[in-house]
Design a protein around this ligand. Structure first.
Ligand code: UT7
Length: 349
């Protein structure tokens, strides 16, 4: 059975840099709070009308495809991870297929938030191993800036997120010392409401108090999106940051060790860990817990904030572009986020 390898990788971040200081125009926050609690100095925001989740994905994908030595027409499957799609439906996979003038290939959308790219790469890996596809484009892209509450009410969430896209092309390899060694996926829906965007949705407050939504009078059924909901800002994401933090610092090391042990490695064998860029403090905690050096963990949340499904491929791409990942290196990708879902992938570059 062939393994899959990352044959090409690309990233795209919008030009517009938004500093912590810039955000103080809209909300009661300050550079020191954001820097100390998250490590973030600045993030990128997409152009309001010229850029979407799909257009950013296209830019990252073009680079990945070129570096893989292939063409958009030769891609035989698309896996697209995002929580900020251009449309509620259809998903961004088909938008990407159209924008890149690809053949009528399958396009799958993954809704696993911060772990989205890891889930996407795991799915693509299985398709390559089974022999079904040979040239899969896997993308993570987010345009968070369009859906955040920029008033003080939303500051615990809004200061964290940024926009951007990352993409890889997976191809089969016959080499025994190269490629994706294993992927590990987990979920625990008990905490679904702790980091979530409840509305618009079909929940109709079924799941309890947290799923708050004020509906307008509707003759037949309650409404998916209402004026009241918008007036009360119930259409923005919710996060209990401390609960997420506490779970993340347990599950990150656990899933990284799971990947290492499954392949007979120790944490000291790792050349590079690419953690989802959720919070610099989380990454530093994981680094200490696994007794890794600073050189073994790549972080760029300082420049880009948390780009959810895009954060792992952006960081992986940047680390590789800077020469921090070389052929034969043992690399672990890991993520934790809304759901909760968490995942890892271990690969030989
Ligand atoms: O990728 C998705 C997964 N998400 C995560 O992994 C996020 C994990 N959690 C975190 O990163 C942290 O919980 C946050 C960075 C979100 C928040 O840090 P915290 O230390 O947990 O702060 P907190 O939410 O407990 O808030 C502490 C104080 C509060 O004020 P009071 O009640 O103590 O007076 C907040 O109102 O900080 C206040 N606060 C802010 N102050 C200035 C919250 N957000 C801000 C802000 N600027 N942006």
């Amino acid at each position: 059975m062939p393994r899959s390898k990352i044959a090409g990788i690309g990233k795209y971040v919008p030009e517009r840099v938004v500093t912590n200081q810039d955000l103080t125009q809209y909300m009661d926050t300050d550079d020191q709070w954001i820097l100390e609690r998250t490590g973030i100095k600045e993030r990128r925001y997409a152009h309001r009308t010229e850029e979407t989740t799909t257009t950013m994905a296209v830019e990252a994908a073009k680079i990945a495809i070129e570096r893989a030595g292939t063409t958009a027409q030769e891609i035989d499957f698309i896996v697209f991870a995002t929580l900020s799609p251009d449309y509620y439906f259809p998903g961004c996979g088909v938008m990407l297929q159209r924008a890149m003038k690809m053949k009528e290939v399958g396009a799958l959308d993954v809704r696993n938030q911060c772990s989205g790219f890891l889930y996407a790469i795991s799915v693509a890996d299985q398709f390559i191993k089974s022999g079904m596809y040979k040239n899969i484009l896997v993308v993570g892209s987010e345009k968070h800036s369009f859906g955040l509450d920029f008033s003080t009410r939303g500051r615990n969430i809004s200061v964290i997120f940024g926009d951007g896209a990352g993409a890889v092309v997976l191809q089969p390899t016959e080499k025994t010392d190269q490629g994706i060694l294993s992927t590990h996926l987990h979920s625990d829906g008990e905490s679904a409401e702790i980091l979530a965007m409840y509305n618009p949705g079909t929940h109709a407050n079924h799941w309890g108090e947290k799923n708050y939504a004020d509906f307008d009078e509707a003759p037949i059924a309650q409404m998916f999106m209402s004026h009241k909901m918008i007036d009360k800002a119930q259409n923005f994401p919710f996060m209990d940051g401390q609960s997420v933090f506490k779970k993340a610092v347990v599950k990150f090391p656990e899933v990284i060790m799971e990947a290492l042990l499954a392949n007979g490695y120790q944490s000291t064998d790792l050349n590079m860990l690419i953690p989802h860029q959720a919070n610099l403090r989380i990454s530093q905690f994981v680094q200490q817990k696994l007794k890794l050096t600073e050189d073994q963990v790549y972080n760029n949340i300082q420049q880009y904030g948390n780009t959810t499904a895009a954060s792992v491929p952006i960081a992986l791409c940047e680390a590789w572009e800077k020469g921090k990942i070389k052929e034969g290196d043992l690399v672990c990708l890991a993520a934790f986020g809304s759901g909760f879902t968490w995942a890892s992938a271990l690969l030989k570059w």
